[in-house]
Design a protein around this ligand. Structure first.
Ligand code: T4K
Length: 398
């Protein structure tokens, strides 16, 4: 598809350079450079260096949780905690999540059993979870999609009732709360991603946080090859360590976290104001008294009302250099190896299929200003106003 040809401004995109979803936020650059200089002087780059230790302490304090084990990324963090919890057999997980959630299970030969979502929240539906429990089920892996907490209480009750382990993928939910308590304090453990595209980043990085002392001890061994001191390996392990440069980025960014959230919230409010009233475009709301990080601007496109499909809208936005992303499309069950393993999974996942084909994430973060957001919304309005014409142009290009 030649996206440029779809520009509504006669082939001249509205923005001269790409507006991204996931352009990294950077705190105080000078502070980061100072930390990097110190690191170079010290010549200590990895293996539980001083920055990683300080980072873990700061994260644990910020979340009010006993243990933070920093890792090289969120995927390895998931794999390590899944192993430390001794999950096996089947684990129930939403299909409407990033592929890493499912892969972290499958990588350890655990079957991810895909569960449908609640269409109102986009979260794993506890009523459906209960129906998917079998004698092989050992755990539930909930995901706090878009930084909004999933139904922690219902999942905790289910886990308790059926004697299952409960783990949360909180990759999107750093800085968010559930019932006034910071995400990070629920289930046996919660996993964060601090990837460059996350609102709070360590370039690459992640962490498992937990209030369980034994689990924390086990994961500390596991992320360092199982070493319990020089020449003494007491456990099977891997290399899941965070490096010092990543920790320095984390230490820099944690100082600016409230500022970054304020900008994300400002951007969200700006989108809310400008998208209101555009037919068929519904912004997912951050509501209530919980703490939110506002890192995803997610819209749902009602094709019948908008006159255009989600994919049609995305194509025209790309032509205007607005790199909107259709995250979690087509759902984990629609990707390999799961597609081949469970070719009919979609029949049990109607809400997942519907949301995977109707949601779109729009650019935000500190690299995006309110003027740009007004223009993005103006363009979306123009596209929807001219949906018939645009459908015709897309058809001609296919
Ligand atoms: N669980 C969940 C629910 C997750 O969402 C994720 C990761 C994980 C687990 C696993 O955590 P990690 O192992 O990644 O720590 C991104 C991220 O790579 C991934 O971390 C994230 N979720 C996922 C939702 O999105 P893509 O496919 O969007 O990456 P890419 O390269 O297309 O970049 C996205 C946008 O960001 C582009 O428009 C370019 C921009 N960008 C990206 C990078 C890396 C920049 O402007 N600068 C950059 O440095 O996956």
């Amino acid at each position: 598809m030649k996206y440029k040809d779809l520009s509504i401004f006669s082939g001249n995109p509205a923005f001269s350079s790409m507006l991204h979803v996931g352009h990294p936020n950077i705190g105080n650059r000078q502070r980061f450079l100072e930390l990097m200089n110190d690191m170079l002087d010290r010549r200590w780059f990895s293996n539980d260096g001083p920055y990683v230790k300080e980072f873990e302490k700061k994260i644990a304090e910020y979340l009010g949780v006993k243990h933070c084990i920093a890792m090289c990324n969120g995927t390895i963090a998931l794999e390590i905690v899944i192993r430390a919890l001794e999950l096996k057999g089947e684990v129930i997980v939403p299909s409407f999540t990033f592929i890493a959630t499912a892969h972290a299970l499958q990588w350890q030969e655990i079957t991810p059993v895909f569960c449908d979502i609640d269409p109102g929240t986009h979260h794993i539906d506890p009523k459906m979870v209960e129906k998917m429990i079998t004698p092989r089920t050992t755990g539930i892996l909930g995901v706090h999609i878009w930084g909004r907490p999933c139904d922690v209480e219902a999942l905790s009750d289910l886990a308790q009732k059926h004697k299952l382990k409960l783990l949360f993928d909180a990759a999107h939910a750093f800085g968010c709360s559930y019932n006034g308590r910071m995400i990070g304090n629920f289930g046996s453990a919660e996993v964060f991603s601090f990837h460059a595209t996350k609102f709070f980043n360590t370039m690459e990085g992640g962490a498992v946080v937990t209030n369980d002392d034994d689990l924390a001890r086990k994961m500390r061994l596991m992320k360092n090859f199982g070493f319990a001191g020089y020449d003494n390996v007491i456990y099977i392990g891997t290399n899941g360590k965070m490096n010092e440069a990543s920790a320095a980025m984390g230490l820099t960014n944690i100082e600016s976290i409230e500022e970054i959230i304020t900008i994300n919230q400002r951007n969200y409010e700006c989108y809310r104001k400008h998208l209101t009233g555009i037919p068929g475009i519904n912004l997912l709301r951050y509501a209530g008294r919980e703490k939110h990080n506002y890192q995803y601007i997610t819209i749902e496109i009602d094709e019948a009302e908008a006159g255009l499909s989600r994919d049609g809208l995305q194509q025209v936005l790309w032509a205007e250099n607005i790199l909107a992303r259709r995250y979690f499309y087509p759902g984990c069950h629609g990707m390999e190896p799961y597609k081949s393993f469970f070719p009919h999974a979609g029949m049990l996942l109607p809400e997942t299929e519907s949301k995977a084909s109707s949601t779109l994430c729009l650019p935000t973060g500190t690299a995006v200003g309110t003027n740009e957001i007004s223009v993005i919304c103006e363009i979306i309005k123009l596209i929807i106003d001219n949906a018939d014409l645009i459908r015709e142009r897309i058809r001609n290009q296919e």
